[in-house]
Write a protein that binds this ligand. Structure first.
Ligand code: ATP
Ligand code: MG
Length: 578
């Protein structure tokens, strides 16, 4: 393809709203054009990248026996009411929903469990038709509160979603395992460095789930990893070993301490330098929203632990939890924020505790009175020990629960997420099949998502430099950038045309820079666009000599034109093998 014929434009400046490299570089290189917040036109070069990712996704799914189909984006409310998800998705604010011209409520699909379950329940009636896994590559709609980072968090984006249907829980686990391998193969073939991690299932639900994280410092997700034990989990889900409770002090009656302006554990450490943080119990107030009510929940945790809001949400079975605002804190405690404690809270406050409080005695806690804490408080004596569950947030330096490794916190971009759903949707929606004995059973389902457009962005987050993008070869918009120094030189044109045609005939895509531009400008654009292999046809064209360079670096090499094809083929083979 001649660059002069492909609407190629670049910008010097990144747009003001571009906070991450992939967004800034893609806009500068003309890959991406913003239409409105979180909604983009995918330009011809980006579309080639997305098509290559889709091809890899399709090949691996087809190889594993999955069937491709296409479901509608426009969905009726009724199926979401049937599955029981309408309220939560509406409350979350993520669902685009509206009344159609006939007064019927509809939504634009953020995910397709309801539609696929409707499709399969009308079609699969016997165990003999199982297992079956269906998938589609389609546009999804989510009214993200903060659309940002370009393709990374759009409000309209391309997703591959697959759904497996099995007769038993064991068979579902086997389908899940197979898809896990499909995912590993896909991300490997895309040329990405990634980590599969244990994950929270969120609003999708189900029993087990894992995310595939592209390793990148700019990732929105924090991951707890341990090199010694191989443990890897999203911090939303991660667990760590709780150190032994601190030794209890001599027993004395609990008493009030004046703690002016001491609202945090750090403030209190300054006032009580001899008291370890493990003997300070914090009480954090949340507003929990349920389908039919709201409730204030007080969560106690040891001073050295933070509360994990995802674990709290799951434990409560709430639609939403958020930190209580000042008015609510005052109502529940009678005090300014920062002095909440378990003794003397308003009656309607539910008190929960993180496991870390177990065994802690003679502790300091908030006094429910401004500028006041209680000291030397004992569970059992001064108050009952509240219901304790794991509500802790893992942090760097924590020890693993299994083995004895040290946890590090790294960052990643979630590009894939797989779930064992069990019978959540099939039971709710009456999707059943006849088993061998003729009994009707609900399907055991799994679901599997890949953010196709996010994969493209994550490849650039992981691979770029000051000068521009560096595409992994298998998903690059073109494999070879052919730069012709002087388009008005007939000898150069003839050699460039020959190289272009030879490579294209072998199935290798070539972007041919045939513009009348200075060398500096052309090399700058080539660096920005990040095509992995570069061939420069210049003044030695008469001797059939060219200059060869890769985008990842190294010096330019002078080669015979006849060496180009084998060089390119070797690079393609190496990218496929790695
Ligand atoms: P996140 O936690 O990032 O909001 P999610 O967990 O809600 O994502 P899933 O429901 O698991 O997303 O969707 C499957 C995949 O779709 C994700 O792993 C991700 O790669 C992609 N994805 C989700 N939301 C977006 C978005 N707003 N823009 C682009 N890709 C997305
Ligand atoms: Mg997810």
């Amino acid at each position: 393809m001649r660059i002069s014929q492909c609407l190629f434009t670049t910008l010097k400046e990144a747009p003001a709203d571009a906070e991450v490299a992939s967004h800034a570089l893609m806009v500068r290189a003309g890959f991406l054009e913003k239409l409105t917040a979180g909604v983009y036109v995918y330009g011809p070069l980006l579309w080639r990248v997305l098509r290559k990712i889709e091809t890899i996704v399709r090949e691996e799914h087809d190889k594993a026996g999955c069937l491709e189909l296409l479901m509608p984006a426009l969905q009726p409310k009724e199926i979401w009411v049937e599955s029981g998800r309408w309220e939560r998705y509406v409350k979350d604010g993520i669902l685009y929903h509206f009344e159609d011209g006939r007064g019927r409520e509809v939504c634009l699909g953020p995910t397709h469990e309801e539609v696929i379950t409707t499709f399969v329940r009308g079609r699969v009636t016997s165990y003999k038709q199982l297992p079956v896994t269906l998938y589609q590559i389609q546009t999804k709609f989510r009214d993200e509160i903060r659309p940002r980072f370009g393709l990374m968090r759009g409000r309209e984006f391309v997703m591959k979603d697959a759904y497996s249907f099995d007769a038993t829980a064991e068979a579902m686990a086997a389908s899940y395992e197979r898809m896990r391998e499909v995912y590993r193969a896909i991300f490997r073939r895309c040329g990405l460095r990634f980590t599969p991690v244990l994950a929270d299932a969120g609003a999708i639900g189900g029993s087990g789930s894992e995310e595939f994280m592209v390793d990148a410092d700019t990732g929105e997700d924090a991951i707890a990893v341990c090199r010694a034990t191989g443990y890897a989990a999203n911090v939303e889900k991660a667990v760590s070993r709780i150190s032994a409770p601190p030794a209890a002090p001599a027993e004395v009656a609990m008493h009030k301490e004046s703690t002016p302006k001491a609202r945090s554990v750090d403030d209190l450490r300054k006032l009580f330098p001899d008291l370890p943080a493990e003997r300070m119990l914090k009480t954090v107030l949340y507003r929990a929203t349920f389908e039919d009510r709201e409730q204030v929940v007080a969560v106690m945790a040891r001073g050295d632990r933070e509360v994990n809001e995802v674990k709290l949400l799951n434990h409560l079975g709430a639609l939403k939890v958020e930190l209580a605002d000042e008015a609510l804190v005052r109502k529940a405690t009678g005090a300014a924020p920062g002095f909440a404690g378990p003794i003397g809270l308003a009656d309607d406050v539910r008190v929960l505790a993180d496991q870390s409080v177990e065994g802690v005695q003679g502790f300091l806690c908030g006094g429910n009175e401004t500028d006041t804490h209680w000291l030397d408080v004992w569970f059992g004596r001064d108050l009952p020990q509240p219901e304790t569950v794991d509500l802790g947030l893992v942090k760097a330096g924590d020890r693993t629960v299994e083995g004895d490794g040290e946890i590090e916190i790294t960052r990643g971009i979630e590009v894939g997420h797989i779930f064992q759903l069990g019978t959540k949707y099939s039971a709710a929606m009456g999707a059943t099949f006849a088993d061998e004995g003729g009994q009707l059973q609900p399907f055991h389902m799994g679901c599997y998502g890949i953010g196709v457009s996010r994969v493209a962005a994550s490849a650039i987050e992981q691979n770029h430099d000051e000068a521009g993008m560096i595409w992994p070869l298998p998903i690059a918009p073109y494999t070879v950038m052919l730069i012709q120094m002087r388009p008005d030189d007939e000898v150069q044109t003839a050699l460039a045309q020959e190289l272009h045609d030879t490579l294209e005939a072998e199935g290798i895509d070539v972007l041919w820079d045939d513009r009348k531009l200075g060398a500096g400008a052309k090399f700058k654009d080539a660096d920005l666009v990040g095509i992995p292999l570069r061939v420069v046809v210049g003044r030695d064209a008469g001797e059939r000599r060219i200059e060869w360079k890769t985008r990842t670096g190294g010096d330019a090499e002078a080669l015979s034109a006849d060496e180009v094809l084998p060089r390119v083929q070797a690079a393609v083979a190496a990218a496929q093998a790695s």
